[in-house]
Design a protein around this ligand. Structure first.
Ligand SMILES: [Fe+2]
Ligand SMILES: [Fe+2]
Length: 174
């Protein structure tokens, strides 16, 4: 996976090797992906966009990695109104472990805009917001695609099984 290259970037090492950040592997996020893989994908897209647009790629990529830094499965637990509240929860968690710049804080706190009222303040936080929506949409498409493939395979098997058993019976009696 391309986002493995994030592990080569020196300014992300403290986050990537943080125990709580690694625990995000345990929490399912959109569809079948985990918070961990989702944030890596967002961060990789943000890093490339920030470099291409000559923005502060360090702040943008760190903000992207921490934008969903909440340790619960929001479909089975966590606070009510997760969609509105998790940016603040992620910011509080991130602030416990890391010293955050204003751009990093803004990227985390405002990434859910327009669901939350205040739009991002910096170009770096804007690209985190946009990249998060792109990756989230792709997460759901992958999930729907896997369901469709499963349904197709099930229907296909159900169609062929009776024919196969008839063929076997014919073979037995011929
Ligand atoms: Fe989020
Ligand atoms: Fe996200």
């Amino acid at each position: 996976m391309e986002n493995k290259r994030l592990f080569l970037l020196p300014f992300l090492q403290d986050i990537l090797h943080n125990e709580d950040f690694q625990s995000l592997r345990r929490y399912t996020h959109h569809g079948t992906t985990t918070c961990y893989h989702h944030t890596l994908e967002v961060a990789w897209l943000v890093y490339r966009l920030a470099v291409a647009l000559k923005l502060d790629y360090v702040a943008a990529t760190r903000g992207a990695l921490l934008h969903d830094f909440f340790m619960y499965n929001w479909r089975t637990g966590g606070p009510r109104l997760h969609g509105f509240r998790h940016p603040r929860i992620a910011l509080n968690n991130a602030s416990k472990h890391f010293v955050l710049s204003p751009k990093e804080k803004d990227s985390i706190l405002r990434h859910m805009w327009p669901l939350t009222p205040l739009p991002p303040r910096y170009p770096e936080s804007w690209i985190v917001t946009v990249a998060d929506k792109i990756v989230s949409t792709m997460d759901y498409f992958r999930f729907v695609k896997s369901k469709l493939v499963f349904m197709y395979n099930t229907i296909h098997t159900c169609m062929w099984l009776p024919l196969l058993s008839r063929f076997n019976r014919q073979k037995q009696y011929s």
